[in-house]
Design a protein around this ligand. Structure first.
Ligand SMILES: Nc1ncnc2c1ncn2[C@@H]1O[C@H](COP(=O)(O)OP(=O)(O)OP(=O)(O)O)[C@@H](O)[C@H]1O
Ligand SMILES: [Mg+2]
Length: 253
C-alpha cells in the first residue's frame, strides 16, 4: 500500500488515487506564468492548514517578501504560518543575486553551492519537522551547472537527500514556450528532470483567447493510476482548481 500525501490542489487528489506517493519527488513543469509557484505554495499552505503538515519552501528565483505578498491574493497568510513554524521559506534567491538576505532562513554565503544548499535544506526540514518541501525552481540550482550530466546528478542528489527524510517534494522546472502540436513535448528545461522524478505534472498556459486557457496534465505518477487527459485548470480566489472535463459537478470557482 502506497501512502498518499494530499496535494492541496482542488480536484487533483481524486485524479491520482488520493495524492502524491509519500516520500517521493514530483516535478511540476510549465512555462512562465503557468502557475508553478502558486502550485508549490498551495501544496504547502493547504498542507499546513488542512492537514497539519509543516513545509519548507526553497526559493531560488523570487524574493520571499514578494511571494508572501502575491499569496495574500488567495487569502493565504504565510507569515502567520511562519510564526507557527508550519511554513519556512528558505531564501536562496538573494545568495544567487549576490545580495545579503534578511530572512530568518537563508544561505549564509553569497556564492550558491549546491551541496551547501542541500545541507541547509536538511537543517531547516529538521528544524520545523517538515513533511513537505518545495524547490522553486530547479533552473535556479543550475546557475552554476553547465552540463545536462550535472543537472541530472544534482536532482539525483536531491532525491537521495530526501530519501533520508519522509518529506514529499515538489520541484518546479521551466519549459520553453510550446504548443501541444509543435513537435515532441518537452517537459522540463533540460529534458532530464522528468526521468529522475517520480511524478511529472505539466502546467500549460495559452495566454490568450477564452477563459479556458490553462491546463494541467499528469504526464506520469509512479505507482499510481492517474487521469490521462489534458485537464482544464483555473486559478481562482482560492488557488488552483482542476476538474475532469466530463464531470460537471459543483463549480467551486
Ligand atoms: N489572484 C489571481 N487570480 C487569477 N490568476 C492569478 C492570480 N494571481 C496570479 N495569477 C496568474 O498566475 C500567474 C503567476 O503564477 P506563478 O507565479 O505561479 O507562475 P510561475 O509558473 O511560477 O511563473 P514563473 O516561471 O515566471 O515563475 C500570473 O501571471 C497570473 O496569470
Ligand atoms: Mg514562479
Amino acid at each position: 500500500m502506497i501512502e498518499r500525501v494530499q496535494t492541496g490542489v482542488y480536484g487533483l487528489d481524486e485524479l491520482i488515487e488520493g495524492g502524491f506517493p509519500k516520500g517521493r519527488t514530483i516535478l511540476v513543469s510549465g512555462g512562465t506564468g503557468a502557475g508553478k509557484t502558486i502550485f508549490g505554495m498551495q501544496y504547502l499552505y493547504r498542507g499546513a492548514v488542512e492537514y497539519g503538515e509543516p513545509g519548507v519552501f526553497v526559493t531560488l528565483d523570487e524574493r520571499p517578501e514578494l511571494i508572501r505578498q502575491d499569496m495574500t491574493r488567495f487569502n493565504w497568510d504565510i507569515p502567520k504560518l511562519e510564526k507557527k513554524n508550519m511554513i519556512a521559506i528558505l531564501d536562496a534567491s538573494s545568495a544567487r543575486a549576490g545580495f545579503p538576505s534578511e530572512e530568518k532562513y537563508r544561505i549564509p554565503d553569497t556564492s550558491l553551492d549546491v551541496d551547501r544548499l542541500l545541507l541547509r535544506i536538511m537543517q531547516v526540514v529538521d528544524e520545523i519537522g517538515a513533511k513537505r518541501l518545495v524547490l522553486d525552481s530547479v533552473a535556479g540550482l543550475s546557475a552554476h551547472i553547465d552540463s545536462i550530466h550535472e543537472i541530472r546528478r544534482t536532482i539525483l542528489k536531491v532525491n537521495y537527500m530526501l530519501m533520508r527524510t519522509d518529506v514529499t517534494a515538489v520541484i518546479t522546472s521551466e519549459v520553453p514556450e510550446q504548443g501541444f502540436t509543435a513537435g515532441p513535448m518537452q517537459f522540463s528545461k533540460y529534458g532530464v528532470e522528468e526521468y529522475v522524478a517520480d511524478g511529472v505534472i505539466v502546467l500549460h498556459y495559452l495566454g490568450f483567447g477564452t477563459s479556458d486557457t490553462r491546463t494541467l496534465y499528469i504526464r506520469k505518477m509512479r505507482g499510481t493510476r492517474h487521469a490521462e487527459e489534458i485537464l482544464p485548470m483555473h486559478i481562482t480566489q482560492k488557488g488552483i482548481v482542476v476538474r475532469k472535463p466530463e464531470e460537471p459537478g459543483e463549480r467551486i470557482y
